[in-house]
Design a protein around this ligand. Structure first.
Ligand SMILES: NC(=O)c1ccc[n+]([C@@H]2O[C@H](COP(=O)([O-])OP(=O)(O)OC[C@H]3O[C@@H](n4cnc5c(N)ncnc54)[C@H](OP(=O)(O)O)[C@@H]3O)[C@@H](O)[C@H]2O)c1
Length: 340
């Protein structure tokens, strides 16, 4: 089977892996937009550059990759574009990426996932349109690339969840000690290993909002900041929702958290929280709460990933349950730059 008109299958896989892993680093920075990566390859399959969409209002991944290639003086060598998400076909805050690719030397465009946003869809068709149409390959049509298609869907899952279900992707993070208790020993706020703490902080960095319960706030006065890895520079305040039905939230803690860069919201109805967050452009939310709120979350089925960190005598055991293609799985597998 001819896999690409231009370059080898190995080069396609390698390029997609780079685009996906660089886009994973942007989880938590791009909302309400998705995390997207684009690799440009030359005629020999070498990666010329990888672009990502850094944040809303800035260029999309394809435009970034083309601009980077231009700046490096190699744009005329670009033959294949590998994009984790279908290039947009509409003029929003930025011009359509389908046109930018049509007007480039690229001959072939590989697309990791279709655009779930009806306003922006149609990019693949536009790229194929004659004259000067490009060869377009959808990963979903390639039985030999299901692993890459799955990772592109996982990368898109938080955005797709908000756009399609009007609800953010929700990841629960829960730590259990050797006896199955969530409550830390007196005087401590945590009991897990440094590696587990790093994973938890990578998840915080990747998400746009934290949901917690008033019980956790009153007993721990948690900080919810990203500390074990570097946070995104200059990101807008992360939302922090406290489920509190009796108005017990301490004003001094709210002041401290606001100072630390959070926007605090309260809710007396857990079930209304996802829609409220989606309305505010949150793609991915995490729940860090005690047993009482988690019981309500489990009862309502209000989660997409459930990450349990089991403390054991040896290394912590991590258990991840997911409803669908999981961005949290992708985050774990792409430890890349954050922990170096
Ligand atoms: N190991 C871990 O992963 C972990 C993580 C976080 C916290 N913790 C520990 O958990 C302990 C605190 O646990 P907790 O159970 O007391 O606190 P929590 O689960 O964080 O908060 C409980 C509160 O959530 C509110 N709530 C529950 N269901 C709700 C619903 N359906 N709608 C709206 N609000 C709802 C209730 O507020 P009202 O009282 O106002 O009704 C309830 O008192 C602490 O010791 C903390 O260290 C452990």
């Amino acid at each position: 089977m001819i896999l690409s008109d231009t370059v080898s299958l190995t080069a396609i896989r390698h390029g997609f892996r780079s685009a996906i892993s660089q886009a994973v680093d942007t989880f938590g920075a791009t909302a309400p937009n998705p995390s997207v990566g684009c690799a440009l390859l030359d005629a020999d399959g070498r990666i010329l550059t990888v672009g990502v969409h850094p944040r809303v209002g800035q260029p999309h991944a394809e435009a970034m990759a083309l601009a980077q290639a231009r700046a490096a003086g190699v744009l005329d060598q670009a033959r294949v574009a590998l994009v984790t998400l279908e290039p947009c076909n509409h003029t929003g805050r930025t011009p359509p990426c389908s046109e930018a690719l049509r007007n480039s030397p690229v001959r072939e465009v590989w697309i990791g996932a279709a655009d779930p946003n009806p306003q922006a869809a149609g990019g693949a068709e536009r790229l194929r349109e004659m004259p000067d149409g490009k060869r377009v390959v959808m990963l979903a049509d390639r039985p030999d690339m299901t692993d890459l298609a799955r990772d592109c869907r996982a990368l898109l899952a938080p955005f797709a969840s908000r756009v399609v279900r009007h609800c953010p992707w929700i990841s629960v993070k829960q730590a259990l000690d050797e006896h199955g208790s969530m409550v830390p020993p007196p005087g401590q706020k945590t009991f897990t290993s440094p590696a587990s703490l790093t994973l938890a902080h990578r998840l915080r960095r990747a998400t746009d909002a934290v949901i917690t319960g008033i019980g956790t706030v009153l007993s721990d006065r948690p900080r919810f900041t990203v500390r074990h890895v570097a946070d995104h520079e200059g990101r807008s305040p992360r939302l922090l929702v406290v489920c509190d039905r009796h108005g017990r939230l301490p004003a001094d803690w709210v002041a401290e958290m606001t100072e630390a860069g959070f926007e605090i919201l309260t809710s007396s109805d857990l079930l209304s929280v996802p829609a409220m967050l989606a309305e505010r452009g949150v793609n991915w939310a995490m729940i860090e709460a005690g047993p009482a709120l988690l019981a309500s979350v489990a009862e309502a089925g209000l989660w997409d990933d459930w990450l349990t960190i089991h403390k054991t005598a040896g290394a912590d055991r991590i258990d991840l349950k997911s409803r669908d293609e999981s961005p949290l799985r992708l985050l774990r597998e792409n430890a890349c730059s954050l922990e170096s």
